[in-house]
Design a protein. Structure first.
Length: 224
């Protein structure tokens, strides 16, 4: 079977994590989520966490030299040998070049860059209502995807919290950072013929159906 090397692109709050959870189940792909890796490093107090924490709290990108090595190691590791789903990386052209070179060294190529598009108004509404389980990391929304019991994760009843960087002032800054540093990747992957766009304002199920259909087609094309 052909390998699926996928990245998820889109502004903060587009629904990348929500879709990733479903897609990794569908296609049995290892899920490499930069934000989750960084937040775990901060919690564990590792060197990576120490270097990343200030940038994350401020809604800035962690510098390329801190993040690139960590993510390439995951992509090149044995768990991702048959494919991967990258969420939150690359977020700059420097990171995209590094990923491209890393894959080339392994004689692999990107299958697709999946862009989930949503306007700024939706981003603010989604991030201000986002709640995350302290234990499982599962993501909810107070209005659009509420847990069965308020403030508790459906999976294990763990506490749901708001991320520090989901406060309105930081969200606005993260959107600016997205526009300046990450949006150029849309043209970058379009020029390389890898970009696939999805309307992220649809329901999670509709977005999921669209992405799944696209991946199935890409896989078929690859096998022909
Ligand atoms: P969201 O899911 O809201 O888009 P993430 O959880 O992916 O946010 O990222 C949270 C924070 O972690 C970012 O605001 C940034 O500080 C840092 N971060 C995540 N991915 C990267 C990356 N590829 N490069 C630099 N910083 C990153
Ligand atoms: P990202 O990983 O891109 O930052 P998330 O998957 O964490 O985004 O989603 C951000 C918030 O929006 C979460 O609270 C999530 O429950 C909610 N959400 C995700 N997809 C949708 C959607 N299609 N419609 C409405 N709300 C959504």
């Amino acid at each position: 079977m052909s390998e699926l090397n996928l990245i998820l692109l889109g502004p903060p709050g587009a629904g990348k994590g929500t879709q990733a959870e479903r897609l990794t189940d569908d296609f049995n792909l290892p899920y490499i989520a930069t934000g989750n890796i960084l937040r775990a490093a901060v919690q564990e107090g590792t060197e990576l966490g120490r270097q990343a924490q200030g940038f994350m709290t401020a809604g800035e990108l962690v510098p390329d030299e801190v993040i690139i090595g960590v993510i390439l190691e995951a992509v090149e590791g044995p768990a991702a040998r048959d494919g991967f789903l990258l969420d939150g990386f690359p977020r700059s052209t420097g990171q995209a070049d590094a990923l491209g070179e890393g894959l080339e060294r392994l004689e692999r190529r990107l299958t697709a860059a999946l862009l989930i598009d949503v306007p700024d108004e939706d981003v603010v509404r989604r991030l201000s209502g986002r709640r995350v389980s302290v234990k499982t990391g599962r993501v909810y929304h107070v209005e659009f995807d509420p847990p069965k019991h308020e403030g508790r994760c459906d999976v294990d009843g763990s506490r749901l919290v708001q991320r520090d960087d989901d406060k309105p002032e930081t969200v606005r800054h993260r959107l600016e950072v997205y526009r300046t540093s990450t949006l150029p990747l849309v043209a970058y992957y379009e020029e390389r013929g890898s970009l696939r766009r999805f309307d992220g304002t649809r329901s999670p199920t509709e977005v999921h159906d669209h992405i799944r259909a696209t991946i199935a087609t890409l896989r078929l094309e690859d096998e022909l």
